[in-house]
Design a protein around this ligand. Sequence first.
Ligand SMILES: Cc1cc2nc3c(=O)[nH]c(=O)nc-3n(C[C@H](O)[C@H](O)[C@H](O)COP(=O)(O)OP(=O)(O)OC[C@H]3O[C@@H](n4cnc5c(N)ncnc54)[C@H](O)[C@@H]3O)c2cc1C
Length: 391
Amino acid sequence: MELKFGPAEEQLRDEVRAFLKQHLREDRKEVGLGQRSDEDFEAALAFNRALGERGWIAPAWPKAYGGLGASIYEQMVFAEELGYASAPDTGTRGFGVGMIGPTLIVHASEEQKKHYLPKIQSGEHIWCQGYSEPGAGSDLAALQTRAVRDGDEYVINGQKIWTSGGHRANQMFCLVRTDPEAPKHRGITFLLIDDIKNTPGLTIRPLINMADRHHFNEVFFEDVRVPARNVVGEENRGWYVGMTLLDFERSGIGTTAGQRRTLEELADALRGGPADRRAKYRAKLADHVVANNVGKYLGYRIGYMQQAGLHPNYEASVIKIYQSELGQRIYNFGVNLLGLAGQLRPEESRAPIGGGLMENYLTSVPSTIYSGSNEIQRNIIATRGLGLPRG
Ligand SMILES: Cc1cc2nc3c(=O)[nH]c(=O)nc-3n(C[C@H](O)[C@H](O)[C@H](O)COP(=O)(O)OP(=O)(O)OC[C@H]3O[C@@H](n4cnc5c(N)ncnc54)[C@H](O)[C@@H]3O)c2cc1C
């Protein structure tokens, strides 16, 4: 067994690295999705445009839809290098390229594909996800936001919550209830809402997270009118469209690469710091390197399965749990290693390692909640992986 990428992937890696070196300023990393200033967001947009000009914004998409038709292994190279460089996103690559784009490729009409896919690739459309509601998270099919057909339109009333980047986005894909009498999975429709900032009756209100950042939002719908042509797939069959979207599992390879970078930066900090600190933390740092390497190979396994045409199922849950919980441990460790200065935020020019540790520590807390909470992932491993009965 030979566990390494081939020459074509390594050549691509060199090209991606050269590109990142040219287009990413060191002090601009880890921005996007409204995490920081308007200026940072503009820089992230410009970065994505530059990626798009190379055809690298959606390398995995089929050539017929403007992608490169890149192999899974090539995609892993992109994910690894962009993750290591903490390349910023804007809702274009994550929600656009990673979620709604592939869903449209599978379920949308040709007209919808022609309209929406190029706008994802050009960065013109910035998407957000309207799934969760105050009473519907893990039990997503309990969602209550109601859409009633009125001629050529749907009229939407209700509320979404935890809408990441909703305040930066101009487009939303969402799940709405169109038949309240049907069994709960069968009365749901998948809708696209255009130009959300200028849609009457649609209000986006900020929710400030525990890192004191405006990352997500509440979205309220009061008689919001959306053209019926914006349904993806069929009315009342949206659950299956929505689940396709959640199926675009990732190997988490970018997360592992980002954590590797953090561990290297912590090693640099130890190298230049006092000897007693080095003695106290070096073995623990080595433990985290071991654990992160395990994460890397778990991620490669997902990539291998996808390349072999297998569908990662509970394996994706294993990696989601492993990486999110390891991330929390690494960032917690890093903040402690850096001492009191480790608590300084990125805005403070004297913050070690650009202030990223504290930021990452705080934002790693919800990583065990989003993308399907780790309790739900454990249920999946128990039932699908180990064949245990539910409950
Ligand atoms: C940072 C962040 C960003 C997010 N961004 C978005 C977004 O852009 N769009 C969007 O639609 N949503 C988003 N979400 C919402 C996310 O999908 C939900 O938070 C998640 O699905 C959990 O739902 P909930 O918060 O309602 O918790 P609940 O489902 O109420 O769960 C509460 C607790 O009970 C546990 N639990 C629930 N059911 C079970 C069960 N059957 N077995 C065992 N334990 C269970 C959960 O694990 C959790 O610990 C985001 C969340 C976070 C934290």
